[in-house]
Design a protein around this ligand. Structure first.
Ligand code: ADP
Ligand code: MG
Length: 320
């Protein structure tokens, strides 16, 4: 197992990752990283911790654990409409297993390479498996997409189908799903995609945004509370993943509303920008789904095509 020391291990598995960025003055290997922030840009910083048994299962392929850990951090930068740039990694491992680290660093590479990001440092300690990643992004000054700036009358959009990751968690212990369906659901849970592809349109047209980590009702409530507004959702227009529809029927909407881990974005767009927003998305081959409207009255409501309205509890995953 451990025939490599800590430093050799960092060198082989982390320092060997690609560094395409010219703004990394000092990366892995010094006492601190040194980064160049271009004039006119602001720095976005976000940290997420993933713990075995809570966010992933210890028997998962280390590639997948790393992939998800990095991707959920990239998602936070997407939710701010930023460009993801630099990553630092605090890794706590029960043992310095080379097979683990080889797969783990491949999982990091699979996310950072397409986004042109660089791993700039971190910390390695021994203990129960846990991964803390800090991501740094750049955004043109004052253009960061906040939670607190949704306005009454804005349309609410989501960037993709919801509920599949939650259904995967729901079925984790069920072995009797058709293999193909189980593979699709697990892929949704393990390999989310951060919606960096929406960033350009968001900077131009959105008033507020958040990524869907805990679930639509919970995460949209964060926007509403921060903005001092409420929301009404058109329940039949919420894009439910087709497998969730198939397996859960009438309950499918609950998975879409309250299930976590989808990592799509929920954003608000003023009506006067709606045509331009949709045109820009279409030109980039992107699709967003209008699901409701921001209202003055606090809280979340759902409305059916029949006109029936009901208050929605803010569900979603909660750690405490
Ligand atoms: P220090 O003792 O000064 O904190 P370390 O021995 O922890 O330094 O780390 C040495 C170098 O390796 C530092 O540049 C640090 O950022 C980097 N590093 C340590 N662990 C990791 C890791 N898991 N991933 C990436 N870089 C790491
Ligand atoms: Mg250290």
């Amino acid at each position: 197992m451990i025939d490599m020391g800590e430093f050799e291990l960092i060198d082989v598995y982390f320092n060997a990752l690609p560094n395409p960025r010219h703004d990394v003055i000092l990366g892995i290997g010094d006492d601190a990283a040194c980064l160049e922030v271009p004039p006119g840009m602001q720095l976005l910083v976000s940290t997420d911790t993933l713990v075995a048994g809570v966010h992933f299962l210890a028997h998962w392929d280390p590639f997948d654990i790393a992939y998800k850990a990095v991707m959920v951090n990239v998602s936070d930068i997407a939710a701010m409409a930023g460009d993801p740039c630099w990553l630092s990694l605090s890794l706590t491992l029960p043992e310095a297993s080379e097979s683990f680290l080889a797969r783990f660093s491949q999982g990091i590479r699979a996310v950072i390479e397409p986004f042109g990001m660089t791993l700039i440092g971190g910390d390695t300690t021994r203990g129960p498996l846990s991964i803390t990643i800090t991501i740094h992004g750049l955004i043109p000054s004052t253009q960061a997409l906040r939670r607190a700036t949704a306005k009454v009358g804005d349309r609410i959009y989501v960037t993709g189908e919801l509920g599949a990751a939650a259904l995967a968690v729901h079925y984790l212990d069920h072995q009797n799903l058709p293999t193909d369906d189980k593979a699709v659901l697990m892929d949704k849970l393990i390999h989310p995609r951060a919606r960096i592809d929406f960033v350009k349109a968001l900077r131009q047209y959105a008033t507020a945004g958040i990524d869907l980590s805990d679930g639509l009702s919970s995460d949209l409530s964060h926007i509403c509370e921060a903005s001092g507004v409420g929301a009404c959702l058109w329940l039949e227009k919420i894009p439910v993943h087709p497998l969730v529809q198939n397996y859960k029927g009438d309950q499918a909407i609950d998975f879409a509303l309250n299930g976590g881990d989808d990592y799509e974005l929920c954003v608000t767009v003023p009506l006067r920008h709606e045509d331009a927003w949709l045109a820009q998305l279409a030109s980039a081959d992107l699709k967003a789904y209008p699901i409701g409207v921001i209202e003055a009255q606090p809280g979340l409501r759902g409305i059916l095509n029949s006109g029936i309205r009901r208050d929605l509890p803010k569900g979603g995953y909660r750690h405490f």
